[in-house]
Design a protein around this ligand. Sequence first.
Ligand SMILES: Cc1ncc(COP(=O)(O)O)c(C=O)c1O
Length: 398
Amino acid sequence: MNRFEELEDSYGVAAFQKMPLTLVRGKGSLVWDAEGKEYIDFMTGYGVALVGHANDLVIKAIAQQASSLITCHGSFYNDARAELFERLAKIAPRGLGKALLTNSGTETVEAAIKLARRHTGRKKIVSMKGGFHGKTYGSLSATWNRKYRDPFVPLLDGFEFADYGDPESLERLVGQDTAAVLAEPIQGESGILVPPEGYFRQVREVCDRAGALLILDEIQTGLGRTGKMWASEHWGVVPDIMTVSKALGGGVPVGAALTRDDIASSLKGGEHTSTFAGNPLSCAAASAALDFIVENDLPARAREKGKVMKDGLTRIASGHKLAREVRGLGLMLALQTRVDIHSLLLAAEERGAIFAYSGRETFRFLPALVIDDDQIRRGLQILEGAIGEEEKRRFQQD
Ligand SMILES: Cc1ncc(COP(=O)(O)O)c(C=O)c1O
């Protein structure tokens, strides 16, 4: 254990389950630890470093903004914030030209829930079994996993869960009292679960019949990750509110709830503000990240590199007993196995690649969209090596 690990463990609340690795530097798809060892990063902070670590455009924007104005409360106008609003409106799905800025994913979901309740005057929020929306009280109330919920009851009233992928289950829960249906287009925490074709169009219809809003949580899927700017585009569905965060700031904390004019105007001045929301530093970083995504057509790159990676994973899955299934779209991919992958994650780290969980038995791959073929090939080699070793150990023991 190095000095940094000792310090974090001594003085930090152990809120995170840690991997034994101290990361000190990053560039593109690569990160380095405190001893200078290099890793290919397929986790990117759960999809945050989508434009790559230390993206040059983002670095420049942050440096320039830091030297002119770092903080500016939302009760004043600001040039960097105005520029971000304009960029968001340009890439937003049709009609969602208004944005409410936040500082994180969970806060963006809170904002979306408040907008929906305020606009409809209704209370009920229907989210999905298996869904994940964050860990503050509103978003946690819409999150399915009991491991996150049970220690913190009572949660908020008025939240119910439908079976993900089953429109009839949703129909049974959604009625005249429903403010909104809240769902991830592809479930990220529960194993990269892609819904059946046509499902979200049916969800849209259920909402429209009941006069309920549709909130799509694109915090993990958005900004090109799945091969389209928004994952909901795969099914031609436009929500009433969309939540965006993670990759938005090029690594800097920021989020945005995108919505329509009529919904935005339900909120009166002062009803939902936050000191740091829309601060110039994160706005400048976000504008740079969005420019990079658009100018380099990263959604197309996610499709192209996603195919290379998915083909490789499928080949690995077909040759190994421990592997079960490959899932996902673009560069939001998963390999489900038959075992707890903790030791496999450690073995991969040892060999120079960082992968993430999506449930105990599933690898989640959310690399930077700037990853190249050679980095994908090396990452897959490391993954296959770790799986092969694990199989040898298990089958020798059997
Ligand atoms: C779909 C989705 N919604 C919300 C969140 C919460 O975001 P944050 O961790 O920034 O609060 C996450 C984070 O993983 C997420 O994947």
